[in-house]
Design a protein around this ligand. Structure first.
Ligand code: C2E
Ligand code: CA
Ligand code: CA
Length: 289
């Protein structure tokens, strides 16, 4: 029944061994995750965002990591949707926020400077009536400035209920935090809504970057997004930049914020605190355009 529902309304699904196996796997992950949340086993990786306009500004995206005791590393794409379904995402989200706030505080102590951290919010988190209070309590506990935080929500989640999203975005901005639309280009934005939403950042989805510089259609889309973002006075970030060629092209197109394996893979918080990432350009000399 759950499989049929997940595949859309008015559908049906035969019970088979593979459906049963899938269901048992899901239940296992959900019950293991409950244990991991209770034991505070989750950790964070951070991936830097390069700011070509001001290389002194450090910003990173916080990405949750689950080192499973027997199954090794389980990717977020496998357990975030299940946590969303079960409601565990609310607890997970608070833990991610607390780890991010602790990171901002430690960074300040070690480096005597601010760092900006982008935290992902799912649909359920965005519409949770305790969200704003939770954020205020956690940031206050770690004594960190809300201006150091950016909240990323995917385009499809924002556009799914624009009015409800708008009131949360406004409240987050009032608090002093920034707001980003994630995976932009995949979620059928209404352009008239887009101009009314007080967003700070558009993150171009990785799928449009992957086939650059060769793919002319993707190039046209990326160019259009960059020029639209500039017109709206919104910062634009290219995600999933993996090659030197993509880096040079995006720079030429006027995309001033870049994120991806070409610059750095996500790394543990501890690593960043011990030896923070610096973009010294040396990586470029070992690459062929
Ligand atoms: P996302 O928010 O779009 O995060 C970017 C994903 O792309 C990350 O995967 C990152 O490791 C990966 N990535 C970054 N640069 C590159 C690149 O150059 N090439 C390729 N192939 N991949 C790259 P990750 O860490 O596996 O996270 C997957 C998704 O899980 C995230 O997508 C986000 O939607 C979700 N997620 C992760 N952490 C959290 C969290 O704390 N809360 C919530 N609600 N969702 C999270
Ligand atoms: Ca994100
Ligand atoms: Ca993304």
């Amino acid at each position: 029944m759950y499989e049929a529902k997940a595949n859309g309304k008015n559908g049906f699904e035969h019970y088979s061994d593979s459906v049963g196996r899938l269901l048992r796997q899901k239940l296992q992950i959900t019950s293991d995750l409950a244990k991991a949340l209770q034991q505070r086993d989750l950790s964070l990786a951070v991936q830097p965002k390069l700011n070509l306009l001001d290389t002194a500004v450090f910003s990173v995206e916080a990405l949750v990591r689950w080192p499973h005791p027997t199954k090794g590393f389980i990717p977020p794409d496998k357990f975030i949707p299940l946590a969303e379904e079960s409601g565990q995402i609310l607890d997970l989200g608070r833990q991610v926020l607390a780890m991010s706030a602790e990171f901002v505080a430690s960074w300040k102590k070690h480096n005597n400077a601010d760092i900006s951290v982008a935290v992902n919010l799912s649909a359920r988190q965005l519409h949770d009536r305790h969200l704003l209070n939770d954020i205020a309590v956690i940031l206050n506990y770690y004594d960190v400035d809300p201006a150091c935080f950016e909240f990323e929500v995917t385009e499809s989640v924002v556009m799914d209920d624009v009015e409800a999203s708008l009131s949360v975005i406004k409240a987050l901005k009032k608090m002093g935090a920034r707001f980003a639309i994630d995976d932009f280009g995949t979620g059928y934005s209404s352009l008239s809504y887009l101009s009314k939403l007080p967003i700070d950042v558009l993150k171009v989805d990785r799928s449009f970057i992957t086939n650059l510089p060769e793919n002319q259609e993707d190039l046209a889309i990326v160019e259009a997004i960059i020029s639209m973002a500039k017109g709206l006075n919104v910062e634009v970030v290219a995600e999933g930049v993996e090659t030197h060629g993509q880096y040079l092209l995006l720079k030429d197109l006027g995309c001033e914020h870049l994120q991806g394996y070409f610059l750095s893979k996500p790394e543990s918080l501890q690593k960043y605190l011990q030896s923070p990432w610096r973009f010294d350009g040396s990586v470029l000399s070992s690459c062929i355009a």
